[in-house]
Each structure stands twice: as structure tokens, then as C-alpha cells.
Design a protein around this ligand. Structure first.
Ligand SMILES: [Ca+2]
Length: 469
């Protein structure tokens, strides 16, 4: 397999993960048929993006070291659940982590269960208190963390096998064309914009505080939370302990084995709940184990979540300070540069060979503005002032013309949350549109002040015109 083919496969897998969480959430919440239909549409949109080469390539050598050392997206959970794709598309860290796990050595030496028939677990599933590999895993955790082995086994024995999780982790069918316009319309629509404004208004102070501390614009935090979970509407209703145990010990055959990744997430989960003094069976999340409003995988919680209100706990399910601060901190940890735009408009080179050359590194910024211009790309004046590297990012629109943007390193950083250029652009545009709608609403709410500001210059201009000579 060539490097590119391997990368592409990883990208497809990552996308798949992202696209599946939304339908799951809908099913979990038992929504009406209309909603399920909508969820199916979201899923289709996610599928449409799954084979995009715009996805990050976690296993390619082009990735900067800073990204390589952080194998899991925030929402690896989302890794399989982009909120995106809808809601489920975007989980930061999840997708990435899962993808990375295909090439990274397992963090746990526990033996990998042998594979069963496609789509079926090796084991009938469950009975986690008496399985040899679970006992071995419990012993390893106990040794590594100084825990009581029997207590750890008892905790794991409370996990239940979830057949639905094993089904949802399977890859989607291939062949659906990618469509940025369709994907975008799932997230940038009136109801989500309204929910975004409400979230921003309710947490304005926190968003400003996070912006000051981490340099991440409020609009992007609002965009990420909106795409991930529709501002808390799609949190996932499965017990994380069950989901992670199912994927750790009964990972289905028929797709590449990610059980090592999920065992490391199960370990991170147990570390976190122990630290928080919470019962593992009480925590709910997505089918991939992503937790809370920002859909962080447990390893991302350990690495990147912050106690932003200083109450001594990290709670991404209910504490909005921790939610907002953790999203910003995740981006900061992944190289966010304050003040740098995420992308610029660009016209791609007409010449196919030059265009292919610029597209080859995918979303990894690899070309100076001079490099791009020399190959025939047309950049705006603002972009020509940009001093760092850029990536020519193509987003397909079904059978229509692709959309292109020139992504900066900050665009790349956004894809660490969910390894997709479609995800990143949806987050950016949702945040921007929420901001614009909010600004408009605030102007309307202050008619007197607004009209005073608007009419004064007009009167002056009018007066100027009337001046003789
Ligand atoms: Ca807190």
C-alpha cells in the first residue's frame, strides 16, 4: 500500500467515525421519524465527506511534530462522531485518535482479542468480570496506577456489552460523493444559529475570558460546540463505561481493529472518574465514548480539559466554564496562533498539474504565498500579506465545482479537533454567522443608539454635498 493510499484510508476511517455519532444520538433520544430522517441526511452528508483527501493525514510524515505527539483529536469520540456530521461529526480528538491508533503502537500491552466473523464480536459479548483479557487489563491498570486489582476488575465487570455500539463503529458504505454545500447546510441553519446566539449571550463573560487567556476567538468556541452537540442537545445517552468496554474487548471484525485505542481510552476514562470521585457507570456519552458539550474523548479530557471556574473539578457535561475553557485550551495546545486568520479566499491554478501540486500536501500548510502565486493560484491582497505557509484546501460539492480556501496553520489546528476540512470550515462559518446574527440583534435592540450612530455621518455627508464649491 502506498503512503498516500494508506493515508487516504485512514482519512476515510476518520471521517466515518465523525459521521456516525449523530444518527446514534438521534436514535438514543428516540426522536420522531422526521428527526430521524434529518439525522439520516446528516449521516449522508458525513458520508459524502468521508473519502475527502481534505482530511488530515495523521500517519503521514508531513505532520508537524506537535501534531504527531498528540494522536487524539479532542473528540475522538467524535472521532467517530462529528457533530459534524452532524452532530456527531465533530468530536475533537476522537476521530484523530482513532485514526492514529491504526498506526501507533497500543498503549496497553494487553493481548488483542482474536477477530470474529465480520460484524460480530469474537465473544458473545459482556461478562466482563470473568473474561481473561479483562482480568489481565485490570491487573495492568492496577500496576500502572497503584489501584486495587480486584476493585478494578469489579468496576470493569459492571460494563455491559452494547451491540449497537459495535454496529455503529463499522465503516459506512463507500461511494457517496462529498458535498460541502450539503454538509454546511446541516449546521448553518436558522435554529442552530439561534441556539448559538443564546449560548453566546448566556456565556459571554466566559467566552471573553477564554479569548483573553488562550487567544481563541469566541466565535470559534461557539462554532465548535454548535457543530459538536448543537449546544448540548446531542450529548449522547450511552454509558461511556459500556461503550468503551464493548469497543475494547468486543471490537467487531470487518474493519481495522481499534480495540487498542479504545482500551487506552477506557484507561483514561477510569483515571478521570477516579480523579473526579465519580461513579464510572454514571457517565454518559457517545457510542465512541466522547463526553460532554465539546465531546472530548477521555484522553483529551486528561490532556486538554481545564477547570476553568476553579471549583476543583473538570465537568464537560454541565459546567459551561469548563466547557468553554477546555475547547479553547485544546486549540491552544494544538498550535492556535492568536490573531492569525484561519483561511483566505483563493482561486486555484487553472493548470491541472500546478493545482495537483498545491493539493498534494492536503490540509498541511506547505506553501508560501509566493509559492502559491508562482503556481498560478490567485490570492487576495490580505492573503499576500500573510507570512506563514498556506494550504490549498479543496472541498467537493457533489458533481459541481469544488470550493477552495487557502488555509493557514490555524485552519490546520481546527482540524485537530476533528480531522476534516469540512468540519473546520463548518465550525468557522457557523461561528461567524452566529456572531453576525448576534451583532444584528443587538443593534436592533438598541434602535436609538444605532440610529444616532447611523444618521450622524449621513447628515454630515449630506451637508458637505450642499457646500458650495
Ligand atoms: Ca470546574
Amino acid at each position: 500500500m502506498t503512503e498516500r493510499t494508506r493515508s487516504h484510508r485512514s482519512l476515510i476511517k476518520a471521517m466515518h467515525g465523525a459521521g456516525r455519532s449523530q444518527p446514534l444520538r438521534h436514535a438514543q433520544h428516540g426522536l420522531a421519524a422526521r428527526t430521524l430522517w434529518a439525522a439520516a441526511g446528516l449521516f449522508a452528508a458525513a458520508l459524502a465527506c468521508q473519502s475527502s483527501t481534505a482530511w488530515a493525514k495523521p500517519d503521514t510524515p508531513e505532520l508537524p511534530p506537535s501534531q504527531q505527539e498528540s494522536p487524539s483529536p479532542a473528540n475522538p469520540a467524535t472521532g467517530y462522531s462529528p457533530s459534524a456530521a452532524a452532530a456527531e461529526t465533530p468530536s475533537a480528538g476522537a476521530i484523530t485518535a482513532i485514526t492514529a491508533a491504526t498506526t501507533a503502537p497500543a498503549s496497553s500491552p494487553a493481548s488483542v482479542p482474536s477477530r470474529a466473523a465480520p460484524g460480530q464480536p469474537r465473544h458473545p459479548g459482556g461478562d466482563y468480570g470473568n473474561r481473561e483479557e479483562v482480568l489481565q487489563f485490570a491487573q495492568e491498570l492496577a500496576q500502572r496506577h497503584g489501584w486495587n486489582a480486584e476493585a478494578t476488575r469489579r468496576t470493569l465487570s459492571q460494563a455491559r456489552y452494547l451491540p449497537r455500539v459495535a454496529q455503529l463503529i463499522m465503516p459506512p458504505p463507500v461511494g457517496t460523493p462529498k458535498n460541502w454545500a450539503a454538509y454546511r447546510s446541516r449546521f448553518i441553519e436558522p435554529k442552530r444559529l439561534q441556539a448559538g446566539q443564546q449560548f453566546w449571550n448566556a456565556h459571554e463573560r466566559l467566552l471573553r475570558k477564554a479569548e483573553l487567556r488562550y487567544g481563541v476567538p469566541a466565535s470559534l468556541i461557539v462554532g465548535i460546540i454548535g457543530v459538536e452537540t448543537y449546544y448540548g442537545k446531542h450529548l449522547g445517552g450511552l454509558r461511556v463505561l459500556d461503550a468503551l468496554a464493548t469497543l475494547s474487548f468486543d471490537f467487531p471484525s470487518g474493519r481495522s481493529d481499534r480495540s487498542a485505542f479504545f482500551r487506552s481510552e477506557l484507561e483514561a476514562f477510569l483515571v478521570w472518574v477516579r480523579r473526579e470521585g465519580r461513579a464510572p457507570q454514571d457517565i454518559k456519552g457517545s457510542y465512541a465514548g466522547a463526553i460532554g458539550w465539546p465531546q472530548f474523548m477521555p484522553s483529551s479530557i486528561l490532556r486538554h480539559a481545564v477547570d476553568f471556574d476553579g471549583d476543583g473539578h473538570v465537568n464537560l457535561e454541565r459546567n459551561m466554564a469548563d466547557v468553554v475553557g477546555s475547547v479553547a485550551n485544546f486549540l491552544k495546545h494544538h498550535g492556535w496562533i492568536p490573531g492569525l486568520p484561519t483561511h483566505y479566499p483563493v482561486e486555484p491554478p487553472q493548470d491541472a498539474a500546478a493545482r495537483a501540486e498545491l493539493l498534494a500536501p492536503d490540509i498541511v500548510p506547505s506553501f508560501s504565498t509566493l509559492d502559491m502565486a508562482a503556481r498560478g493560484a490567485v490570492l487576495t491582497e490580505q492573503a499576500l500579506d500573510h507570512s506563514g505557509p498556506l494550504a490549498l484546501v479543496a472541498l467537493e460539492n457533489g458533481g459541481g465545482q469544488p470550493s477552495y480556501v487557502a488555509g493557514t496553520s490555524n485552519f490546520y489546528t481546527l482540524t485537530r479537533y476533528n480531522w476534516s476540512s469540512y468540519y473546520a470550515l463548518a465550525v468557522i462559518e457557523l461561528g461567524r454567522e452566529v456572531q453576525e446574527a448576534r451583532d444584528k440583534a443587538r443593534l436592533k435592540a438598541q434602535p436609538a443608539a444605532a440610529s444616532a450612530k447611523a444618521t450622524k455621518p449621513a447628515k454630515l455627508r449630506s451637508a458637505d454635498k450642499n457646500q458650495p464649491g
